[in-house]
Design a protein around this ligand. Structure first.
Ligand SMILES: *Cc1c(COP(=O)(O)O)cnc(C)c1O
Length: 453
């Protein structure tokens, strides 16, 4: 349903025409001019994937400066879950920005910060007493979780897993598994970080409890459980390729943590805020973490992150030991409150589960039609990925990923990749995308596969 009639949007949000529409060569002339300015002005280390500069976005589309309208299968990496420029978020942001934009919560506090903490304490798993702190980025939240865990336990070792992604600051680079592009040349890295094997059902045959046993035996032998402050894990690996651990893996880690006085930290920065069809992905496994980090989907794109956890753990840190100038910015807090309200009023959890059934059915059809290059379809809710292999093997096939992505972008469908081997395509549409647009995207994705195998 590529439309050829022209339209001139004047604002983003759900009012944008929900169509796929490519009207220029890519990049279009205005985007090409911006790309040239980018080359001259922006550090080369930043390399945008889409050859188009965005002017408006909303619902399920991104509209570029040349009038091309792309179906958005990325949500700015799982951020605009309730839809770009959602009107309720926009109104809350405008109202707060007109009242005041910053005072610094550490010196002159305001209600919005407290309200977001109350909402997080209510929404995160577990009915124990909880407290929260707000920060700016996901990496900053993970760093703060480590600081809190070390103070509370008076231990230093931190355990992370293969394929993990926790950020790009010095400490979180050390926690992140993949060297290129995240770590290459940026060392030395923080110490006392230990990496353990991850349950990866497509690539290892152990059950969840068996794999957890391998990991915890190694922790006992190599570190000593009594020296470990925290085990940090993404309940579904994000950048690692939407790896869903085998059932029972997380639960066994939870039990090991409890038995050894270790804090279980769920990094739900990508999986959180309804993305997987539950508020938080560890709920699917019935696991209650001691600390949980959130960011991405929390505030519809305004920079905000948080650590939420057991009150006695959170309160173990000395006065003024945590904070930051911009942390919990009032405009970002207003956006988060409006996003959470939108989520609850529009029952977007149900929408995420519906999107899962649509995407998995469409991908199963493409898998059957493409002779064994799609080795695995996995994920939950509106967080689904496919792992590409050489036909009838598990040999990673990154080549086809590049071809499919390029074909899709040309046809107006924006998809992104992931995975340690660069052989995963991940689908992260905003939850407000229409079924029609979603199916149109998968028509194009199927064509792309058929043209690429
Ligand atoms: C994106 C991400 C981070 C880092 O968040 P930033 O806001 O980019 O610092 C950390 N953990 C996970 C699981 C993520 O997906």
């Amino acid at each position: 349903m590529t439309e050829t009639t022209t339209f001139t949007p004047t604002a983003g949000g759900p009012g944008l025409p929900q169509v796929r529409r490519i009207v220029t060569e890519l990049p279009g002339p205005k985007s090409a001019a911006l790309m040239a300015r980018r080359d001259a002005a922006v550090a080369n280390a930043l390399s945008p994937g889409l050859p188009a500069y965005i002017e408006y976005a909303g619902g399920g589309v991104l509209v570029d400066v040349d009038g091309n309208s792309f179906i958005d299968m990325a949500s700015g990496i799982a951020v605009t879950t309730v839809g770009n420029a959602d009107p309720r978020v926009v109104a809350a942001v405008q109202k707060q920005a007109a009242a005041f934009t910053h005072t610094c919560f550490m010196i002159a506090p305001y209600e919005g910060y407290v309200q977001v903490c109350e909402a997080l304490n209510r929404l995160t798993p577990g009915d124990h007493a909880k407290k929260s702190i707000l920060l700016n980025s996901g990496a900053e939240a993970v760093e703060n979780a480590v600081k809190i865990a070390r103070v509370y336990t008076k231990r230093q070792a931190i355990v992370v897993f293969e394929h993990a992604y926790h950020g790009r600051t010095n400490l979180t680079m050390a926690l992140t598994a993949k060297n290129m592009p995240y770590k290459e040349g940026f060392g030395p890295f923080a110490g006392e970080i230990h990496r353990m094997p991850m349950s990866y059902p497509f690539r290892n045959s152990e059950s969840g409890p068996e794999m957890a046993d391998i990991a915890t035996t190694r922790i006992d032998k190599e570190i000593g459980g009594h020296n470990v402050a925290a085990i940090i894990i993404e309940p579904i690996m994000g950048e690692g390729g939407f790896i869903v651990p085998a059932p029972g893996f997380l639960k066994a880690l939870r039990d090991y943590c409890t038995a050894n006085g270790i804090l279980l930290v769920a990094d739900e920065i990508q999986t959180g805020f309804g993305r997987t069809g539950a508020w938080f992905a560890c709920e699917h496994e019935g696991v209650v973490p001691d600390l949980i980090t959130t960011a991405k989907g929390i505030a519809d794109g305004m920079p905000l992150s948080a650590v939420t956890g057991r009150a006695e753990v959170m309160d173990s840190v000395h006065k003024s030991g945590l904070g930051g100038t911009y942390s919990g910015n009032p405009v970002a807090c207003a956006a988060a409150l409006a996003a959470i309200e939108t989520f609850e009023k529009d029952d977007l959890l149900a929408r995420a589960r519906h999107i899962e059934t649509v995407m998995k059915a469409r991908l199963a059809d493409i898998q059957a039609a493409t002779g064994g290059v799609i080795g695995d379809i996995r994920g939950r809710g509106a967080m689904i990925a496919i792992e590409m292999v050489q036909p009838d093997s598990k040999e990673p096939n990154a080549g086809i990923v590049g071809k499919v992505v390029a074909h899709c972008v040309k046809q107006g469908v924006f998809i992104i990749t992931a995975g340690t081997y660069g052989n995963v395509i991940r689908f992260l549409p905003p939850l407000v995308i229409s079924d029609q647009l979603l199916n149109d995207a998968f028509d194009v994705i199927k064509e792309a596969f058929l043209a690429s195998v």
